[in-house]
Design a protein around this ligand. Structure first.
Ligand code: ACO
Length: 328
């Protein structure tokens, strides 16, 4: 059926300069390169510099996506940022990015979405709805985080996992019969599982007993099981909604939390790891930035070709999870 669909016309990403290797972490907590590599697949991650904020990473990734799209920034009509580590309580990081991109004079709407590691998928799904409704033509969708700023650097179970970064895509409306663009998006949440993954302080609840603004707390092994189950069922739901078999998916762009989760999903989908984007080894878990960072890497390597079906799927705190199927 002919209707408006959002097509990804440009991708971009940005990683801060500073690298933090497993050996660097072994000097901070009781861990080892061997443990981290074996259990997670991570060898290094990036860390934003002092004075470098989520909006800086987001703006740089956006400039690259806008350039790849070959458009002028002031032709955008909406900016959505998926982030859990905004620059400030308010204004939104998206508003700051709008200003940093120099497009504030066009007064386009800009807002953040908070869905932790599934933040980019949520932002993409919202952007797609605006496009399908005919309300927007070009939307800048960003996932950006400085997660290293909400870590407990004495907790070896979490501080070794996360990194900073940003990824962005430009989505453009196109009238077509489904031959390309976002085919469907699927979002879920389960607020009952807060104890397994949360930040232990906040604005309304206030600081944790020891003070500070609150840090990430996670029961990793339980989250691991739930993440695998939720992402696998979300992939099944997406295939069913599009009347496709798993063999008809060309690329899997999964959230980059742990190589073992990624391998388990690839195995279940019968996909060779050649068709799975993997950045967790060099980026760690960059939360909302992980999917667009991984997407940008395979796009820039020229590996995703027109006609390919690309399955993006993510899971994070909330719990929140979701998927987006895109035909390139
Ligand atoms: N170095 C050395 N030993 C460690 C480390 C470390 N960095 N961390 C934990 N251990 C120890 C534990 O203390 C435990 O020791 P014990 O057996 O003596 O008690 C042992 O290793 C095993 O711990 P587990 O937590 O069971 O290890 P597991 O194999 O599950 O790996 C990990 C932990 C890597 C966190 C894994 O569970 C994981 O990746 N979970 C999923 C994370 C995820 O998907 N998050 C989703 C999104 S995140 C977000 O939304 C913000």
């Amino acid at each position: 059926m002919s209707r408006l669909r959002g097509r990804i016309i440009g991708t971009g990403s940005y990683l801060p300069e500073k690298r933090l290797t497993n050996s660097d972490l072994a000097r901070i907590v009781d861990t080892s390169d061997e443990w981290i590599t074996t259990r997670t697949g991570i060898t290094e991650r990036r860390m934003a510099a002092e004075g470098e904020f989520t909006s800086d990473l987001a703006a740089e990734a956006s400039r690259r996506a806008i350039q790849a799209a070959g458009i002028a920034a002031d032709t955008l009509d909406l900016i959505i940022v998926g982030t859990t580590t905004p620059d400030l309580i308010f204004p939104s990081t998206a508003s700051i990015v709008q200003y940093k991109l120099g497009i504030s004079s066009t007064r386009i709407p800009a807002f953040d979405v908070q869905a932790v590691c599934a933040g980019f998928i949520h932002a993409l799904a919202i952007a797609d709805q605006f496009i399908r409704a005919g309300s927007c033509w070009r939307v800048l969708v960003i996932g950006a985080e400085t997660t290293t700023r909400i870590l407990d650097w004495t907790d070896r179970g979490t501080c070794i996992l996360f990194g900073d970064g940003a990824g962005a895509v430009v989505l453009e409306a196109e009238l077509n019969d489904g031959e390309r663009g976002v085919l469907s998006t699927h979002l879920h949440a389960d607020g009952a599982q807060i104890d397994l993954l949360h930040a232990d302080g906040g604005i309304s609840r206030g600081p944790p007993p020891g003070g500070g603004m609150g840090v990430l707390r996670m029961q990793g092994n339980e989250v691991f099981k739930q993440a695998v189950k939720a992402m696998e069922s979300c992939v099944d739901e997406t295939l069913l909604a599009n009347n496709l078999s798993k063999e008809q998916v060309d690329w899997l762009i999964p959230h980059q939390a742990n190589i073992r989760i990624i391998q388990s999903m690839a195995k279940r989908m019968g996909m060779s790891m050649e068709r799975v984007a993997v950045t967790v080894d060099r980026h760690g878990n960059t939360s909302a930035a992980s999917v667009p960072l991984a997407l940008d890497e395979v796009v820039r390597a020229g590996r995703i070709q027109p006609g390919h079906r690309v399955m993006m799927v993510a899971f994070g705190g909330g719990f929140t999870w979701g998927s987006a199927l895109v035909k390139w």
